[in-house]
Design a protein around this ligand. Structure first.
Ligand SMILES: CSCCC(=O)C(=O)COP(=O)(O)O
Ligand SMILES: [Mg+2]
Length: 228
């Protein structure tokens, strides 16, 4: 058994239910996005991400309304656009701070993360959600503020989650050898990319989902099943 010194975890479908993201976070952002863009479009950071979204869509020139419609369509498509995720994160901030919701956490996750941390492992997050959105998510979780457990956060500014190069960048950033780093995710293409970069992998297949007969990554029904 190779010693694991660092764990990098995905969020949606891994630490937390896809339904929370799909049924709570996305509708919250969808409803508020038009007004948010109208009232914050003069802020340089918002301007930057609106420009990036338009560029990603291949728009040469776009009105504010066209960019809003583009972003709403991307929310409906669950597009993992860095620009959309950055803007969603800014909108979610108000919801967390007002106590409109807390982030879902599967029941065993917080205790297992605490155990791993107490055992000396370094913990990181790699999610399509922006780094500020990840920090809000773990600060305002059902299990309380989990941010003290994490040594760092990565989003798609590091690179797409289905490309090995992104995991190589993470290994360099956390200064750990990939073979001593475990990446946890519910998406097999992300695990393939992590393995190509030399990471150990753990595939979270939470009931009622079932793993295929011959899974290409070690399968775990929950974090308690992962022995480190
Ligand atoms: C933490 S932000 C909310 C989640 C989100 O927007 C998302 O796209 C999560 O994707 P993941 O890479 O964690 O599966
Ligand atoms: Mg996921």
């Amino acid at each position: 058994m190779i010693e694991i010194r660092a764990v990098v975890t995905d969020i949606e479908g891994t630490t937390s239910a896809i339904t929370f993201v799909r049924d709570v976070l996305f509708p919250y952002a969808r409803k508020r996005l038009p007004a948010f863009v109208e009232t914050h479009a003069d802020q340089p950071e918002v301007q930057h991400w609106l420009h990036e979204a338009a560029k990603e869509a291949g728009f040469i020139e776009a009105s504010r309304q066209e960019v809003i419609e583009l972003l709403l369509r991307w929310i409906d498509e669950d597009r993992k656009s860095t620009a959309l995720k950055a803007l969603q994160g800014m909108i979610w901030k108000a919801g967390y701070e007002a106590g409109d919701y807390v982030a879902h956490m599967y029941p065993e996750v917080a205790a297992r993360l605490r155990q791993w941390r107490a055992d000396g492992l370094r913990l990181y997050v790699y999610s399509s959600g922006s780094v500020p959105a990840q920090q809000l998510f773990f600060r305002h979780s059902e299990a309380g503020d989990l941010t003290p457990l994490f040594a760092g956060y990565f989003d798609t500014e590091t690179g797409p989650k289905r490309e090995a190069e992104s995991y190589r960048r993470i290994a360099t950033a956390i200064d750990e050898q990939p073979q001593h780093t475990l990446f946890l995710s519910d998406i097999v293409e992300e695990l393939d990319a992590a393995r190509e970069a030399g990471f150990q992998t753990g595939w979270l297949v939470r009931p009622p989902l079932e793993a295929p007969a011959r899974p290409r990554h070690p399968v775990f029904a929950d974090f308690d099943a992962i022995a480190l």
